[in-house]
Write a protein that binds this ligand. Sequence first.
Ligand SMILES: [Zn+2]
Length: 181
Amino acid sequence: MSEASPIPPSPKEDPGAPAGGFVQSEEIDTEDIPETDIVFECPHCSKSLSIDQRGAGLVIRCTQCGEPVTVPIPEGMEIEDFDATPEQLSAQLLQTRQALAKALKQSDELASQLAAAIAERDILRKAAKRREQVAAPFRASMAKAVRESELALATLREVAASAAEMFAPPSSEKKGDAPAP
Ligand SMILES: [Zn+2]
């Protein structure tokens, strides 16, 4: 206990710094220490520790040796000074309740939006199914009509070809017979 001034523990001075596995990092922060933090030494290993002043009077584990250490209460302060007043607590409770009500309302809105989207999707699916039911026979009869007209066209071509053959003039060449205009 050489110094009373709040000097942040430097990692360079502590080569055997803890791995942090058993440290509650919320309670002990070795990097950025606000002035309001309580800085003290571990009575077991003399490691310099710091904790938010709300930790006063609490038992924490030393970051270096892992021993339980009681956080000292700063001089001139009472443990009650660190606790929230009933007014503060009820204000916090009110805020929390309002936030909860808001979140519940949002979640209700989301649920009804989701229900509406699902209903719409079902309607669209039913409509698509109905369209398919109507369209399928129509497509089948269209395909049949196309096949039949192709057959008819082929028959017509055959008939036309036969007729052309039947009524064609004898295929003698008439070179030179054509009258000059
Ligand atoms: Zn220690």
